[in-house]
Design a protein around this ligand. Structure first.
Ligand SMILES: [Zn+2]
Length: 317
């Protein structure tokens, strides 16, 4: 019995040790699963990562919960998306944390969108209309090449905060770029049939993915990003099917698919569910599988819609 108790206590202490913060590790508070994954790629065992949201939550609408304030209080670094994606909650959390290190402008505050060229900046912005993309489209992680530029800046920032491990951050970044570049080449080859394919989107969360793979977005069900589609706008989208017909409607896992289904049923095209980030669908279980799953789901959508019809391939070459 004594022996069993001894074994149990050894196992227990091993578990506790495994969950205890590694001494000296940089504590990183991330706002979304894709940034948590990138920090883990570059930070390795030198970071402890917390993530504020899951792949099933609407990233535009998060509550500033006490648990987030507690996590931010002990953070050495905040890694946010930026471009106002978290404007409704992150500034509140950071202020309430009372943590001077992570205030905007300090080395402990990092915004990914600062290292990427934003697309779809509104020409005329009227916030009263509820546009949730006032600075341009913030969903930059849809293009995996953006993970490389953000990753480079992140490696530099981690090195600044934790200089003794600078070489490790730089090495991991180099390894990450090698693996990611090789994966990108495979995804691009696999996704070749999607080039020039016209599609509809519910919310404009996949614009960077579309731009990377050469997919042609011919309409968004949300006329203004973040505002529920109106019946009149959906009818208009449907009427436009007579011209350049979309081959599928895509929507993110966190959204109610009713508008997508309404249009798809009438247009007789498939509805394709895509993970907007890691964990949005079960197959998007890590950073690499996230991109792989989006490509596969789009290809499946193309096939289920009847393969190559008009508006196909090579149109944008
Ligand atoms: Zn959005």
């Amino acid at each position: 019995m004594k022996k069993i108790v001894g074994i149990v206590s050894t196992v227990l202490s091993a578990c506790l040790w495994a969950f205890a913060p590694t001494a000296g590790a940089v504590q990183v508070f991330t706002t979304a699963p894709e940034w948590a994954a990138l920090v883990r790629e570059i930070g390795g065992e030198d970071v402890i990562v917390s993530v504020a949201t899951t792949g099933l939550q609407d990233p535009h609408r998060i509550q500033a919960k006490p648990s987030l304030i507690t996590a931010a209080r002990s953070a050495d670094l905040v890694v946010a998306n930026g471009a106002e994606l978290e404007v409704a909650w992150l500034p509140l959390v950071i202020r309430a944390s009372g943590n001077a290190q992570i205030q905007p402008g300090r080395p402990g505050y990092f915004e990914a969108a600062a290292y990427v060229r934003l697309i779809e900046a509104p020409v005329l912005l009227d916030r009263s209309q509820g546009d949730v993309h006032p600075l341009g489209n913030p969903h930059i992680h849809g293009d995996p090449r953006n993970m490389l530029s953000v990753g480079r800046a992140l490696a530099a920032r981690l090195a600044q905060i934790d200089p003794k491990n600078a070489a490790a951050y730089s090495d991991r970044y180099k390894r990450f770029t090698g693996t990611m570049r090789a994966s990108i080449a495979v995804w691009e080859r696999d996704a070749a049939p999607l080039r020039g394919v016209p599609i509809l989107v519910q919310h404009k969360v996949f614009s960077y993915l579309e731009s990377w793979l050469g997919i042609e977005e011919v309409g968004a069900l949300e006329a203004i990003p973040g505002v529920e589609p109106s019946g009149a706008h959906l009818a208009d989208i449907l009427a436009r099917q007579a011209g350049n017909p979309a081959r599928m409607v895509i929507y993110p896992a966190y959204q109610d698919d009713t508008p997508s289904r309404w249009v798809a049923e009438r247009a007789k095209i498939p509805v394709v569910l895509l993970p907007s980030t890691l964990g949005g669908t079960p197959d998007a279980s890590n950073l690499y599988k996230y991109y792989e799953s989006m490509v596969r789901r789009l290809l499946d959508g193309l096939k289920s819609g009847g393969g190559a019809r008009n508006g196909n391939s090579q149109a944008h070459d």
